[in-house]
Design a protein around this ligand. Structure first.
Ligand SMILES: Nc1ncnc2c1ncn2[C@@H]1O[C@H](COP(=O)(O)OP(=O)(O)OP(=O)(O)O)[C@@H](O)[C@H]1O
Ligand SMILES: [Mg+2]
Length: 254
């Protein structure tokens, strides 16, 4: 469970850094139960990335608290970062090693796992992003979409309790996107909570249990997917046409 209670995040405004700049997240309260597939949607600059970065302490709230599995994030950052895996919006912020295999193994190695377990996780994670057998490829030679896929594989290999993916589908081709979506569906079924940040719901709405919409840092939509499609376009979020054809888990209304 991730419990967000009254979280506000501010950034200083402008080059002078005067107080009272941007309120990126504005008094957000939100609980994400284990096994929930949650979409966090909203226009550019609505606070999505800042909010999810409080889940593992990458951003420290100016007010309010975040607890993961019952423990305040600020009490134990290592525990929070082990429990909450994160795929960054920009893979350049995430990739650390020279080769694909070394990069995906980096997190599991830091967990001190046995070699066989690390190898299993790396193979498994690379398969999930359609990069089987690419472990020796140099990161420097990968395309943008391939880098995004390695970043996703790195987070999958940690096998976290909660997985946050910040705009994961940008630049992914259709087979990779389908493969990642299949893996997210499997993870959810085994009790992992999956939190996808996006301003384009076409890929993920059919998988989601719930959609939270942000506007200028505040939650203005918190609803089942079908109901959320009514309100989200007003927030600058792209929703799929023909939603009825998608296999939504929940929904209300006609
Ligand atoms: N490090 C920072 N310093 C100053 N302002 C910031 C910083 N990070 C974010 N902001 C501001 O906070 C607000 C929310 O930014 P955030 O990145 O959370 O939005 P987002 O919803 O993820 O947008 P996008 O869809 O473009 O990724 C924006 O106004 C942004 O300019
Ligand atoms: Mg963002």
């Amino acid at each position: 469970m991730i419990d967000v209670d009254g979280v506000t995040c501010r950034f200083d405004g402008g080059a002078t850094g005067e107080a009272g700049g941007v309120v990126a997240v504005d008094d957000v309260t939100l609980s994400v139960p284990d096994g929930e597939f949650l979409i966090v949607a909203g226009a550019n600059g609505s606070g999505k990335t800042t909010l999810v970065r409080t889940f593992n302490g990458l951003v420290e709230p100016d007010a309010g608290t975040v607890a993961v599995n019952g423990a305040p994030v600020s009490d134990d950052l290592v525990a929070a970062r082990t429990a909450v895996g994160m795929v960054f919006q920009d893979p350049r912020d995430q990739l650390v090693a020279a080769t694909v295999g070394a990069d995906v193994a980096f997190g599991p190695e830091n967990l001190g796992l046995a070699h066989e377990e690390i190898d299993r996780r790396v193979d498994d994670a690379l398969a999930a992003v359609n990069m089987d057998g690419r472990g020796d490829d140099r990161i420097a030679n990968l395309s943008g979409g391939e880098r995004g896929r390695v970043a996703i594989a790195g987070a999958l290999a940690m096998e976290p309790d909660h997985l946050v993916l910040d705009e994961p589908f940008t630049g992914l081709d259709e087979p990779a996107r389908r493969s990642v979506l299949d893996r997210l569906r499997d993870l959810r079924a085994t009790g992992t909570s999956v939190i996808v940040v996006t301003h384009d719901l076409r890929d993920v709405l059919g998988l989601a249990d719930r959609v939270v919409g942000l506007s200028t840092g505040a939650i203005v939509v918190d609803d089942a997917p079908r109901a959320a499609t009514e309100t989200l376009p007003g927030l600058g979020v792209r929703v799929p046409g023909g939603f009825d054809r998608l296999s939504a888990n929940t929904g209300s209304g006609p």
